[in-house]
Write a protein that binds this ligand. Structure first.
Ligand code: ZN
Length: 178
């Protein structure tokens, strides 16, 4: 029998969603009270919670904006504080080359095919988590454009989706689609 406790306060989880082992792929379980408190409390508490999970994790809202980030996510994105990315479109934060195009992240012709956006949207709409699914971005880190492949995981932590970057495979490409 599966037994889960809240990763934050340690109390037993009673209202376990179906398929809990898969559901809590990122948080490993959090009780409703802690979830609400973290969300209501302040962004810093949310960032601290993400920090406690020891992985690069972004919290993304329905509009595709980054609302929280762990320290490891900041390190990966070379941002010195989560406040610097809060409320910015995910693509901008992730250095997507298309985020600067007219309309911006979420509104360009490339966005419909964005594997990261589509996976986050899937989790928002279904509540289902994803575990280490492939995704990629054309990124520009200021030193050049490259296709970067990832394995990502997602979990709904209403009202946000947690997006964890599990593996990164950068590869230089000759030609980036425009
Ligand atoms: Zn709790």
């Amino acid at each position: 029998m599966l037994f889960s406790i809240c990763a934050w306060c340690g109390t037993a989880l009673h209202d376990e969603p179906a398929g809990i082992a898969d559901h809590y792929t990122i948080t490993h379980g959090i009780c409703e009270e802690c979830r609400l408190q973290l969300f209501m409390d302040n962004p810093k508490a949310y960032d601290q919670f993400l920090d406690s999970l020891n992985a690069p994790i972004l919290a993304v809202n329905r509009e595709g904006e980054v609302m929280g980030a762990s320290g490891e996510a900041c390190g990966f994105l070379q941002v010195d504080h989560p406040d610097r990315m809060r409320e910015l479109p995910g693509g901008e934060v992730m250095q997507c080359i298309y985020a600067d195009e007219p309309g911006g992240c979420g509104n360009t012709i490339h966005c419909k095919a964005c594997t990261i956006r589509n996976n986050v949207t899937y989790t928002l709409e279904t509540g289902n988590s994803l575990h280490e699914v492939p995704a990629f971005l054309y990124m520009d880190n200021g030193e050049g454009r490259q296709k970067t492949e990832f394995l990502i995981s997602t979990e709904l932590m209403d009202p946000f989706v947690l997006l964890r970057i599990d593996k990164v495979f950068p590869s230089l490409v000759d030609k980036v689609p425009v």
